[in-house]
Design a protein around this ligand. Structure first.
Ligand SMILES: *Cc1c(COP(=O)(O)O)cnc(C)c1O
Length: 360
């Protein structure tokens, strides 16, 4: 068996120890005689799996009292609709900060449910920056302020938590959740699909402040009404049971790594290795402004895009997969989520140097 270094943006690499434990428990979870996939979501065994996953997530992120943790489905793209349906709460509009592809999708979807005020946009920079907080034109009457903490495609990440006064801050954290500590108390809601940094696709994590529940638009599907989901402890309908189980194993793995402060140090080390090299060569370039470079998704370009195919082919021959950039931006992208070991980034940088020496 050979495991590759998987630089996919999502679904993405998972810790090998997690996959091994899941393999061991596949046919018989802890003496139950069943696979987790075969269990009733209301049975004693699965209820304990789900409860432990929630406890671990709350502990990792230090989620304060007064917040619900919801295990939902539909991914972040469904949340782009679910958020306004739940959080507009009679307000005329919501503020959105436009920092790239994922913000644009959120904005487009939210417009179906209410008025959207794009309070700041990084379009002028070609989405290589985060607009400075002082430039945001926020509406104090807005239902919420929506940001995308980490633009998975553009590789642009917030390295600050914006102060937005008493208006709830809402963040799509799909690709940065659990990569470092977050002060949850600064947010009204945080959401993200699991398949970047947590586990299998199919699970969506929502963390939402209690006082924001209960005001969903009447058309909101019951399964997407945060209050209904919360009142039923994420079991209003059948939750993605196997994905929750794997997420729980990943949370346990994260604790064993030392928690989010330790994983942040590891992530910073990995990202620095790649960015430091990108900054010393003219053969490759990194498009994103230094102060908002993503720790998770590192886009870069070869100076001559005619070499892209050869670069990818050589990488694959060396067991480094999924380095092709998103079709909307081209070039390369190395996604280096929590589960990517330092050795994977070291191998990538060594290969980049070798490729430059041969073709530079
Ligand atoms: C991947 C991603 C999405 C889309 O998630 P789905 O699970 O496909 O709905 C949305 N936002 C961000 C920031 C992402 O990284």
């Amino acid at each position: 068996m050979t495991r590759v270094f998987n630089f996919s943006a999502g679904p993405a690499a998972l810790p090998e120890t997690v996959l091994r434990q899941a393999a061991e428990e596949m046919l018989d979870w802890q003496g139950s005689g069943m696979s987790v996939m075969e269990m009733s979501h209301r049975g004693r065994e699965f209820m304990s799996i789900a409860a432990e996953a929630e406890t671990l997530l709350r502990r990792l992120l230090a989620v304060p009292a007064g917040y619900k943790v919801l295990f939902m489905q539909g991914g972040a793209i469904a949340e782009n609709a679910i958020v306004p349906m739940n959080l507009l709460r009679g307000h005329a509009s919501a503020d959105y900060i436009d920092t790239g592809e994922w913000s644009k999708k959120s904005i487009k979807e939210a417009k179906k449910y209410g008025r959207v005020n794009v309070a700041a946009s990084a379009a002028d920079s070609g989405y290589t920056t985060i607009p400075a907080r002082e430039t945001w034109k926020l509406d104090p009457e807005a239902a919420y302020v929506h940001i995308c903490s980490n633009e998975t495609i553009g590789g642009v990440e917030y390295h600050f938590t914006p102060e937005v006064g008493s208006v709830p801050l809402v963040a799509d954290m799909s690709s940065s959740i659990l990569s470092r500590p977050v002060d949850v108390s600064k947010y009204g809601a945080i959401y993200g699909g699991a398949q970047k940094n947590i586990g299998p696709a199919g699970l969506t994590i929502v963390i939402v402040r209690d006082d924001l529940l209960g005001g969903a638009l009447p058309v909101t599907p019951s399964a997407f009404d945060y209050k209904t989901v919360a009142d039923n402890e994420s079991m209003y309908n059948t939750p993605p049971t196997y994905a929750i189980y794997i997420a729980g194993l990943v949370f346990k793995w994260l604790e064993a790594q030392g928690g989010l402060a330790a994983i942040e140090a590891h992530n910073r080390q990995k990202a620095a290795l790649l960015y430091d090299y990108l900054d010393t060569t003219r053969f490759y370039s990194a498009p994103v402004a230094r102060d908002c470079r993503s720790l998770m998704n590192v886009p870069f370009k070869l100076h001559d895009e005619a070499l892209d195919g050869a670069f990818l082919k050589g990488a694959e021959a060396r067991g480094m997969m999924q380095l092709k950039g998103h079709r909307s931006v081209g070039g390369m992208r190395a996604s280096i989520y929590n589960a990517m070991p330092l050795a994977g980034v070291q191998a990538l940088v060594a290969y980049m140097k070798e490729f430059e020496a041969k073709n530079g």
